[in-house]
Ligand binder design. Structure first.
Ligand code: CA
Length: 450
């Protein structure tokens, strides 16, 4: 089953009700994404540190998708960092897919769902505004922490190897797109959930190379299990994906990696911890305890000496249920791109606590703004909302709670950003995003829908 890419506001409606079908299709795939029966785990160390403030509750349910983005929550659970700060009853719950995570946060843990967890951007904004929920129900959320940077890329079917499809698409590569278009069989590019990171990365990469994602290719939302099958049979040309998929695509001979997101935008924002506002507002101490546990886990994850153990933890049957080796190389920044190119650079792999631009964990408001502006660029959000984004971000992004938790944790002041903006961002094609002037960014782009 393939869901057509959105071309109008009707696509929001098409998102609703696909969860059940997607869940069934996902069953029995390679282990990522998971089976449709969520699993939960309990921490190995249940003793809270004596000097910690007592949280209002000790229980919470956090959802995750089994990709490297989830590592900080899983490590906080496995290494007892949640428990250390008094959160002895955290459930880290595997979600069948992004649609299921959305549906579960709408019902909340009291209804058998989740209180929050891992999200692509700008899902927490769209859920808060009721833009991707059933009956447009608004579930206000807070963005609390960034889980990671990097760890994602664009995979291409093996039949297109040697045609110039890399971070920069060379002349021959461009002819491939126009040839397929004039033959009436447009290049098909897919992602597993629309209007969020994976769609935005593949759109950015194509557009930066002079290929219009709305007219020169066919964009599709495809359940992950189907994606691999379609790439194997040659009916799909590309998909935007996260580790450990790139490794598998190359090792299984299905295709190659044209680019890593780290090559498109070094130190880019990726996925976030966000929770229901009602939960956070009633449990401020517990929220900070969760943040402290995850921050400590992020530091642990970024210690190169822990990466082998991290691969082992994530690969476990209760988490990703994949062979350890598919995780270890990407976690070490080692990518066999499958087209002869090899990347061996820790700074290009997934990072959790610090990167070349400073803090990974801190949720910069300027990054939330980029995701929202990029949605305007592609007609996913109306241009009229541009003027409201900063007010919306001020309500939803709780970087203040991150800073409070960081101070309580004893993070040195030099590692706590002083402002809410990371400043001007630079992309591989020379474009710049100045958070002070999103309109100038939109104006600078040749290919857009706005
Ligand atoms: Ca991702």
């Amino acid at each position: 089953m393939i869901f057509p890419a959105h071309s109008s506001r009707r696509y929001f409606l098409s998102l609703v009700g696909t969860t059940a079908a997607s869940s069934i299709l996902l069953k029995g795939c390679l282990g990522n994404p998971p089976s449709d029966s969520p699993t939960t785990t309990t921490p190995t160390n249940n003793a809270p540190a004596a000097d910690q403030p007592k949280p209002e509750v000790t229980k919470v349910k956090l959802g995750y998708i089994p990709i490297v983005e989830a590592a900080p929550m899983i490590v906080a659970q496995e290494k007892g960092f949640f428990a250390k700060y008094g959160m002895t009853g955290v459930e880290v719950s595997k979600q069948a897919n992004w649609g299921a995570a959305r549906d579960n946060v709408v019902i909340g843990s009291q209804g058998g769902g989740i209180d929050g967890g891992q999200w692509q951007m700008p899902m927490p904004y769209m859920i808060s505004e009721g833009k991707i929920t059933t009956n447009n129900q608004k579930i206000p959320m807070y963005v609390l922490l960034q889980l990671n940077t990097h760890g994602n890329g664009v995979a291409i079917a093996g039949k297109h190897k040697g045609k110039g499809l890399s971070t920069q698409i060379e002349g021959g590569g461009k002819a491939l797109f126009s040839g397929l278009k004039s033959a009436g069989t447009k290049f098909k590019a897919a992602y597993t959930f629309p209007s969020a990171n994976q769609e935005l990365w593949i759109r950015y990469w194509l557009a930066a190379n002079g290929i219009n994602p709305d007219t020169d290719v066919e964009l599709l939302t495809v359940p992950a299990a189907q994606t691999v099958a379609n790439m194997k049979t040659g009916t799909m040309d590309a998909f935007s994906t996260g580790d450990p998929w790139p490794y598998r695509i190359v090792k299984d001979g299905i295709g190659f990696m044209a680019t890593l997101t780290a090559e498109i935008w070094k130190n880019h924002p990726e996925e976030y911890l966000a929770m229901r506002q009602d939960w956070v507002d009633s449990h401020p101490i517990a929220t900070k305890a969760l943040l402290k546990g995850i921050m400590e886990a992020q530091q642990w994850c970024d210690d190169p000496n822990n990466r082998a153990e991290l691969a082992k933890i994530l690969a476990g049957r209760n988490y990703f249920n994949v062979p350890e080796n598919v995780l270890l190389e990407p976690l070490q920044g080692k990518y066999d791109m499958g087209d002869g190119r090899v990347i061996d650079d820790k700074s290009m792999g997934v990072l959790y606590w610090k990167d070349g631009a400073g803090s990974v964990s801190y949720p910069y408001r300027s990054h939330d703004l980029w995701f929202l502006v990029e949605c305007v660029r592609w007609g996913i959000l109306p241009k009229a909302e541009l003027a409201n984004f900063n007010a919306q971000i001020a309500k939803i992004n709780r970087e203040d709670l991150w800073k409070e938790a960081a101070k309580e944790l004893g993070i040195p002041a030099s590692d706590i950003p002083t402002g809410t903006s990371r400043g001007i961002e630079k992309f591989f094609d020379g474009k710049e995003f100045n958070p002070e002037n999103p309109q100038a960014y939109l104006d600078s782009l040749q290919i857009k829908k706005v």
